[in-house]
Design a protein around this ligand. Structure first.
Ligand SMILES: Nc1nc2c(c(=O)[nH]1)N[C@H]1C(S)=C(S)[C@@H](COP(=O)(O)O)O[C@H]1N2
Ligand SMILES: [Mo]
Length: 516
């Protein structure tokens, strides 16, 4: 009664059992991870491996489609793929036991091996994957086993779904229990994170050099315009970390080594005892599209990297510093950008608070004028002084330029794209930036009219973005509004359009509005 006799309903039930079994396995894996190996959750290690292996276009697409929700999207994608494989495993288990169980165990083994290879820092990185595979395999074998009539009854036809009630009851237990375990595992990891308690209890030292206050004329007060200082909660987040690294400051240290006369190891207490500098710097992601929102401006507290490098004394042939985070991400910054007079800092504070965990707690880098991927290493633990022709960074190996100065850009925040406007007096306003060079002027063009000078707010400094606005008497009809910035060194923002890869988008931001 094998192939020919399997009614389709039983096939579907087996597929469903496969999905339920996988959910149980995922739950067991996440719980084990939460209890025994917090950085080695099967989802996180597989997701992390996918992120690292993904081609540049796929990463671009994820950010373009999902913006900073890219990690949620990736998790959903993994769950969907897993569900399809699990359904197939359930069906395979029905046809040729224990094929489904073998598939489940194999998947667990892949997660376990991936965790081992990723050096997650957990003592038992392979455990969650093994447990997940074993539970999913056992569950699929047990559940699908109930779909097979036990004593072969030659006479009667096989019942449609043997052990129907028991099968549905146990399948529901596996699915619901698994889902609850996933939720509990994630909640345990997020909540019991002693690190948030450590962070909340921290009192940051006062800066020796304070940032200039936000000038009175920095905010134009136009509704819908981005605030000059981006609140931490609204600050864009881009990184490859599916699980935010947790580093207790007590355990943190930074090693400066490589092409230096003197190797340095800096501890948290030593860092806090140094004279700290406060500086306001705009950070931008190279993946930011023209008009995009992967940019923010904050007041950072930290210690100048040039002072540390002065102590380490780089050799004369060095030209790059490869910074490394605790999770293995690396960035290549030109040595010059870290030793010249700009405020490249090892930051511990963001807008008056310790760094939020997702923004690099306890220590990150901030370098005015460079895109984040070549400078803004979060959870930084290592600086290797080296040469561009000797070492490559995370994104350089994936097709992005090894150097990434932030390009001159401007964007329109109001009116919003596609917005219906009432005819009459209104305001066009936006932001403009080229950190460390600064913006001298912004011009606006409406339809095919002349370029008009917008009024520029007072910039906090050349390292920050600046607001601009232009009053407009809107006539009924459809209009195109575009803007361009002129930098302090006399460059006009180019109209040539370029995509983010390999070294940052260019072109003019344009919005279409219809005036009624
Ligand atoms: N450890 C680590 N640091 C990182 C990254 C990362 O993936 N891992 N991404 C970089 C990139 S591409 C950017 S744009 C900035 C973003 O910093 P934010 O998330 O605080 O805005 O962090 C940089 N630092
Ligand atoms: Mo970035």
């Amino acid at each position: 009664m094998n192939d020919a006799g399997t009614p389709p309903r039983i096939g579907w039930a087996a597929a469903g059992a496969g999905v339920a079994a996988a959910t149980a396995g995922a739950g067991a894996g996440e719980l084990t991870a939460a209890l025994a190996a917090p950085s080695s959750s099967p989802f996180a290690v597989i997701g992390g491996a996918l992120i690292d292996a993904a081609p540049t276009w796929a990463k671009d697409l994820m950010i373009e489609w999902f913006d900073t929700a890219d990690k949620i999207a990736l998790t959903v994608l993994i769950a969907l793929v897993l569900a399809v494989v699990a359904a197939w495993a359930g069906w395979a288990e029905l046809r040729r036991p224990p094929a489904g169980a073998v598939i489940a165990v194999a998947f667990g083994a892949v997660a376990a091996i991936t965790a081992l290879l990723r050096e997650t820092g957990d003592p038992l990185p392979f455990l969650p994957g093994i447990v997940a595979g074993a539970v999913a395999g056992g569950a699929v074998h047990f559940l699908v086993g109930m779909l097979r009539p036990r004593p072969p009854r030659a006479d009667a036809q096989a019942p449609d779904l043997p052990n129907r009630r028991a099968f549905f009851a146990w399948t529901a237990v596996a699915a619901v229990g698994g889902a609850l375990a996933v939720a509990a595992g994630n909640a345990a990891r997020a909540g019991s994170r002693a690190i948030t308690t450590v962070r909340d209890a921290l009192v940051l030292p006062s800066p020796t050099t304070t940032a200039p206050p936000v000038p009175a004329g920095a905010e134009l007060g136009v509704e819908g315009l981005a605030p000059v200082i981006t609140p931490n909660a609204d600050f864009y987040r881009i990184d490859t970390a599916l699980i935010v690294p947790t580093i207790d400051p007590v355990d943190w240290s930074l090693r400066i080594h490589g092409m230096v006369e003197e190797e340095i190891v800096l501890t948290w207490d030593e860092l806090l005892a140094l004279p700290l500098t406060e500086t306001t710097v705009t950070l931008s992601c190279v993946s930011n599209e023209v008009g995009g929102s992967l940019i923010g401006n904050a007041r950072w507290l930290g210690y100048p990297i040039r002072e540390l490098l002065a102590r380490a004394r780089p050799t004369s042939d060095a030209d790059m510093v490869l910074s490394r985070s605790s999770d293995g991400f690396t960035a290549s910054s030109p040595l010059e950008a870290l030793t010249d007079d700009r405020d490249a800092i090892l930051a511990i504070g963001m807008n008056g608070e310790p760094l939020p965990p997702e923004h690099g707690f306890p220590v990150r880098m901030v370098v005015p004028g460079l895109y984040g991927y070549v400078s803004a290493t979060k959870w930084v633990v290592d600086l290797e002084v080296t040469r561009f022709d000797q070492a490559r960074a995370y994104w350089t190996d994936r097709g992005w330029s090894e150097r990434g100065p932030i390009k001159l850009q401007s964007r329109i925040d109001v009116p919003r794209r596609g917005r219906q406007l009432a005819a009459g007096d209104t305001m066009i306003a936006g932001m403009a930036w080229q950190p460390h060079t600064g913006v001298e002027a912004v011009e606006v063009q409406i339809d095919d009219g002349d370029w008009q000078a917008a009024s520029l707010a007072t910039a906090i400094s050349d390292d920050t973005w600046v607001q601009w606005s232009l009053p407009w008497t809107a006539e009924p009809g459809d209009h195109t509004v575009r803007c361009r910035a002129i930098s302090n060194d006399g460059q006009t923002q180019t109209s040539d359009t370029a995509p983010p890869a390999p070294d940052g988008a260019t072109g003019w931001h344009e919005v279409q509005v219809s005036v009624a």
